[in-house]
Design a protein around this ligand. Sequence first.
Ligand code: ZN
Length: 278
Amino acid sequence: MKFSEEQIHRYSRQMILPGIGGKGQRKLAEAKVFIMGAGGLGSPAALYLAAAGVGTIGLADFDRVELHNLQRQILHRTVDVGLPKVESGKRTLESLNPEVKVETYPERITSANIRKIIAGYDLALDGSDNFPTRFLTNDACYFEKKTLISGAILRFDGQLSTFKPHAGGPCYRCLFPEPPPAGTVPSCQEAGVLGAVAGIIGVLQANEALKEILGHGESMAGRFLMFNALNLSFHEVKIQKNPNCLLCGENPRIHELIQYSQSCPGNVAAFCPGNVAA
Ligand SMILES: [Zn+2]
């Protein structure tokens, strides 16, 4: 593909970067990124991916915009309250960059439809707010051999990692084998979350997605980042593939997608503080 003068102008500040150029910009234009959740993490991630010229963005969210979302879910505006989040998100992304194709999935994402959706994308970002969806996304990415960029937030804390077991790294289940029992991890609704924390982790997810697409820099695969906003600290640990992983281990016990009950752990934040093997 050839870039128009307007495109070169739009992307000039990143096209002059070493490791991007016209070749990298073309990779971005051809890339297809799936985003699970048009909420606190998906919003900033989608905005930066659209601004950077990622050609196709898939947005999946079953919810409608509510007033209490607006404190952190910056894809949506006050006038959007009541609209499906994917519709509001698509409009915002297209107004930012009309060149981006936004595919929307307003339906509930389940074991019945997720693999088919994810198969059409190059990589996935997880910005879901509940464990059933988080594990479903991880497992679907594993079976479809797609890179998963995972983010989680709660209160003043955030976590980030990239999972690509198809390239030898760990998967999400290598760290967190099963969803926690219902009621053991509080939700953002119960415990709260600072909007800026969602912004920081969501933008880091976009950053890692861009690096994976460009094949530039050092991947977060095999690394797990923990962020605390109050003392402004980033702490990183190395993570390894678990040979006993239920999904990607030597003798896997999971051979197909598991539909965990949405009502079981409820609308919990996808967050397992401190439970990380160094
Ligand atoms: Zn694993």
